[in-house]
Design a protein around this ligand. Structure first.
Ligand SMILES: Cc1cc2nc3c(=O)[nH]c(=O)nc-3n(C[C@H](O)[C@H](O)[C@H](O)COP(=O)(O)OP(=O)(O)OC[C@H]3O[C@@H](n4cnc5c(N)ncnc54)[C@H](O)[C@@H]3O)c2cc1C
Ligand SMILES: *[C@@H]1O[C@H](CO)[C@@H](O)[C@H](O)[C@H]1NC(C)=O
Ligand SMILES: *[C@@H]1O[C@H](CO)[C@@H](O)[C@H](O)[C@H]1NC(C)=O
Ligand SMILES: *[C@@H]1O[C@H](CO)[C@@H](O)[C@H](O)[C@H]1NC(C)=O
Ligand SMILES: *[C@@H]1O[C@H](CO)[C@@H](O)[C@H](O)[C@H]1NC(C)=O
Ligand SMILES: *[C@@H]1O[C@H](CO)[C@@H](O)[C@H](O)[C@H]1NC(C)=O
Length: 616
């Protein structure tokens, strides 16, 4: 179910969406219209970026009675973005900025141009409108280790609770109750049951390796295998556009400028932020803030806007011909991200997708089912909600078991590894090759190898995500043109410890493939061939190191590019400038050991509190 509503023929996709659009209550109809801006127009607050954090921040300020302008480079999310099973098709679509990384010769080697795809949402909802919808908050230690006061887990929990609208508390154990809220604006819940038999087999296989089955990774312990809760409600995606911006009480007062690019912050001689410059259509405008400007343009957009405004590493700004207003070396620096090698297991020899038309017919039927009853396979996200968190340093390879004690002093309650999953029907890669290439960014040679294997077998993707990366990258301007893309140097796998951790993780995957539930089904790992890599038979460790450097992919959790303790003070204020804050994932020194939308939304909620408490 990795890709459902897609096909080589545009007809299939279109048919799917048409059936669905004909009957669905579209989100785009309940979102506010865009405003046409006038030069010199004033608002109390300007929030830049309507993503996970920005939508939350803008909505909270408006609900507190302020006049707020929300500036967003994209428009409404498309209707396809609401269909949970279609998530992968959104990568590389018009909702995606479609960034690519700068090659470092050590990672992304099997991607076109050795550049990893680096997707970011560009629409209301931002990346929360194109992501995989998994709801995880992270580990208590992620916050307790923050370099500034006031950001411990106990400080953050109220902000997670403030927006959470959990629909399925009754399915969780009583010990979970203190960790959840059922009435918040972001309604979340379990995905519909996956009809894929591998869903339960995966859980069984992890349990056979000693992982506990954990009913709630957002409660006492994060460790174990779980069916995760997601940002879904009534069978459809719950983006922050839906959760915050479509609310009647928010819509009434919030002004949103869509398809409007922020090109800089206006900073006066006294180092006070007075507003922003934007491009809307063909017009370049100055929009003024009576009180504050809040940047929520994400871990790439925010440092770009800061640097364009003269806030950043002085030397770099000068080399771009930008006048330095505040020399802040941390802007764009210290970027970390969660990476994974795509690891593929050959599983079923089943029916597969053989006939385009037959396939089309079933998909259209499913689309109809989705709109009439908000159920059926399109509302599930396949195997993606099965996920495991563990610390690989607490795994005993001899006994093939996860222990609750480590050999090297690692804290077994802090995961360094998340395993994520997807299922590719037999023959799907061949049938939907352009879509697969667009979504993954892999080069033709690799896609061809996968496609050939996939004509024989369905493929189970079992990928280890590195949750505590040591490699550090950065974002720089590639040009002083504010409409140009910035240069993203993630520097994946620059630190050998990351490769060590990945290879240790792949060994766990190998042991899982060799566990009874998988052995019984004759599952095997697909050993892709890469020029320059040793063969797996000759040098197993060397093969997987080399493999990881080729099949690098990101979980799109980049953080740290304008973080508290460096660029920001503990109340998210940019150092050296007044009335300017950052609220998005760039504000965290590193991403929590989990998927990152939950914390981004919490930061958006929190900045509104800071702003309202601090102003006058
Ligand atoms: C493909 C993918 C899958 C993911 N899967 C998951 C998952 O399953 N679970 C999870 O928790 N997290 C997931 N994430 C990560 C999560 O979605 C992000 O960490 C989170 O959305 C980041 O929030 P943010 O507010 O920092 O930025 P974003 O949500 O990216 O929002 C930034 C917004 O700013 C806008 N913007 C940028 N520059 C400008 C500008 N100059 N002018 C105007 N507007 C601008 C952008 O268009 C965007 O709308 C995924 C991300 C991606 C891309
Ligand atoms: C980068 O790759 C090229 C060819 O692929 C190789 O010759 C070179 O040694 C590599 N450089 C580093 C620093 O690894
Ligand atoms: C739960 O959500 C409601 C509605 O947003 C909010 O009023 C309440 O304060 C939240 N509860 C907690 C504990 O945050
Ligand atoms: C990056 O982070 C490290 C440690 O968190 C810090 O010492 C360093 O100063 C940061 N770098 C920049 C350029 O801010
Ligand atoms: C591991 O041990 C710690 C304390 O020793 C305990 O709190 C935790 O619940 C245990 N975790 C698991 C997964 O058993
Ligand atoms: C696995 O392989 C054996 C031997 O080739 C075969 O008999 C069996 O049917 C296979 N099982 C499955 C589930 O394909």
């Amino acid at each position: 179910m990795l890709v459902v509503c897609v096909c080589r023929s545009v007809a299939v996709l279109t048919a799917c969406v048409l059936v669905w659009e004909a009957q669905a209550q579209l989100l785009s109809e309940s979102l506010p219209a865009s405003v046409v801006l006038r030069d010199g127009q004033r608002f109390d607050y300007i929030v830049v970026g309507a993503g996970a954090a920005g939508a939350a921040a803008a909505a909270r300020l408006v609900l507190a009675g302020a006049s707020v302008l929300l500036v967003e480079a994209g428009g409404n999310p498309t209707s396809l973005s609401e269909v949970p099973s279609a998530a992968m098709v959104l990568l590389g679509s018009e909702l995606d900025w479609q960034y690519r990384t700068i090659p470092n010769n050590m990672s992304c080697l099997a991607s076109v141009g050795q550049q990893c795809r680096f997707s970011r949402g560009r629409c209301l909802g931002g990346s929360s409108a194109i992501n995989y919808m998994l709801y995880t908050r992270g580990n208590r230690r992620d916050f307790d280790d923050m370099p500034v006061p006031g950001w411990t887990w106990d400080d953050l929990l109220p902000y997670f609770l403030q927006y959470e609208g959990l629909q399925d508390l009754d399915l969780l154990p009583p010990s979970s109750i203190p960790y959840h809220n059922t009435t918040g604006t972001m309604r979340i819940g379990f995905f519909d049951a996956s009809q894929n038999p591998w869903h339960s087999r995966l859980i069984k296989a992890y349990k056979s390796l000693g992982l506990p089955e954990n009913p709630d990774v957002n409660a006492e312990s994060q460790i174990g295998v779980s069916q995760l809760i997601g940002y879904v409600y009534d069978g459809l995606r719950m983006s922050t556009a839906r959760g915050y911006l479509a609310r009647e009480d928010v819509k009434r007062s919030l002004r949103i400028a869509k398809y409007t690019r922020c090109t800089g912050v206006i900073i006066d001689e006294g180092k006070i932020a007075r507003g922003v410059t934007v491009v809307q259509g063909l017009k370049k405008l100055k929009i003024l803030a009576r009180k504050e400007v809040i940047l929520s343009a994400g871990a790439i957009g925010t440092p770009q806007i800061l640097m364009l405004s003269g806030i950043g590493p002085a030397e770099h700004l000068q080399s771009m011909g930008i006048r330095v207003k505040v020399d802040l070396p941390g802007v764009g620096a210290n970027m970390t991200d969660h990476i994974l090698p795509l690891v593929l297991a050959l599983v079923d020899k089943g029916e597969g997708i053989t006939d385009d038309l037959l396939w089309l017919a079933t998909r259209v039927e499913q689309a109809a089912e989705l709109v009439t009853s908000a159920s059926g396979p399109l509302t599930s996200n396949g195997l993606t909600d099965v996920s495991a968190f563990l610390n690989s340093h607490c795994y005993d390879f001899e006994r093939r078991k996860l222990l609750n004690e480590s050999f090297d002093g690692s804290d077994c309650e802090s995961p360094n590894l998340q395993l994520i999953h997807a299922y590719i029907d037999r023959n799907l890669v061949a049938v939907a090759k352009p879509v697969f290439m667009q979504a993954t960014g892999f080069n033709n040679d690799v896609v061809e190898q996968i496609s050939i294997a996939n004509t024989q077998y369905a493929i189970l993707v079992i990928s280890p995500v590195l949750l505590y990366p040591y490699s550090v990258g950065h974002v720089r301007l590639a040009s002083s043109d504010p409409l140009a893309y910035p240069a993203i140097f993630p520097n994946f796998m620059d630190d050998e410890r990351d490769v060590d951790d990945l290879v240790r993780s792949i060994r766990i995957v190998e042991q899982m493939i060799d566990s009874p539930p998988f052995r019984k089904r004759n599952a095997s790992i697909l050993h892709l061939n890469f020029r320059g890599c040793p063969s797996v038979g000759a040098d197993r460790e060397g093969y997987w190191r080399c493999y990881s450097r080729h099949m690098t992919y990101t979980a799109y959790h980049a953080a740290g590019t304008a973080s508290v303790g460096g660029v920001l003070d503990a109340r998210l204020r940019v150092r050296g400038v007044r009335r300017l804050r950052v609220a998005d994932l760039s504000a965290l020194p590193r991403a929590p050991r989990a998927n990152t939308a939950a914390v981004a939304i919490a930061v958006g909620e929190r900045v509104a509190d800071f702003v309202l408490q601090d102003t006058w």
